[in-house]
Design a protein around this ligand. Structure first.
Ligand code: SF4
Length: 224
């Protein structure tokens, strides 16, 4: 289990989280107007594959690999038409390439057999694709304008703990707390705001509270 940031919330007294969530979203949206998914894709199939490949690596790395990948493989059938070793080679730079190739081929097979070659819209159908866990299904649904939950990655986990939006460490339980707190209209953009804030200001080791628009009155972990 990665480090927990729950204890940092003991520093400052702030209003209850239900009163803070609106101003937090507004201030982060003003600070990070450019916050959006960092993966490059042009259609739902490319979106699904990019998110599947992003496990255990950076978005920059995925984009580097998919630039060539999507020029070569355009339809689900294309991923099954080559020997698995060739696909593994094409995914090599994303890490865990054997497992990723296996999952990709399984997902493409199911998309062809059950969904007429199209990435399904329904959340449950996405979850049944081999290699697609809740986080992947959440990202894909949110980017298609149909958010069914809130994506929890390492940044969302850390910031939700520091902002005392959750006391949980487990991503599924954190998501459960967040969907009760965050208005549904903000489910898709909320993780992007936390991710960008987590990369730029509320970094893991030494958060830059002096530059943070939440530092006064909104964040119980503030160091100023
Ligand atoms: S950077 Fe902002 S959100 Fe992070 S701990 Fe400091 S005040 Fe809180």
């Amino acid at each position: 289990m990665p480090r927990s940031y729950v204890a940092e919330t003991r520093r400052k007294k702030v209003a209850p989280k239900k009163e803070r969530i609106g101003p937090v979203v507004d201030r982060l949206a003003a600070e990070h107007a450019d916050a959006k998914i960092a993966l490059a894709f042009t259609n739902p199939l490319e979106l699904l594959i990019s998110v599947m490949l992003s496990a255990q690596t950076t978005d920059v790395n995925v984009n580097r690999v998919t630039e060539k990948l999507f020029a070569k493989y355009r339809r689900p059938e294309d991923y099954l038409a080559v020997p698995v070793e060739e696909l593994e080679q094409d995914l090599f730079a994303t890490g865990f390439y054997r497992q990723k190739a296996k999952s990709l081929r399984g997902a493409m097979q199911r998309i062809i057999e059950l969904h007429d070659g199209e990435v399904p819209e329904e959340f449950d159908a996405l979850l049944k694709l081999p290699g697609v866990a809740r986080k992947t299904a959440n990202v894909v649904s949110a980017e298609r304008g149909n958010a069914q939950g809130i994506v929890v990655d390492t940044h969302v986990r850390r910031l939700s703990q520091r902002l005392a939006f959750t006391k949980q460490d487990d991503p599924v339980k954190i998501e459960r707390d967040l969907v009760r707190l965050v208005p549904r209209k903000d489910w898709a953009r909320f993780p992007h705001l936390l991710i960008w804030h987590g990369r730029r200001i509320c970094v893991a080791r030494n958060p830059r509270c002096e530059e943070c628009p939440l530092a006064v009155g909104l964040c119980p972990a503030s160091r100023i």
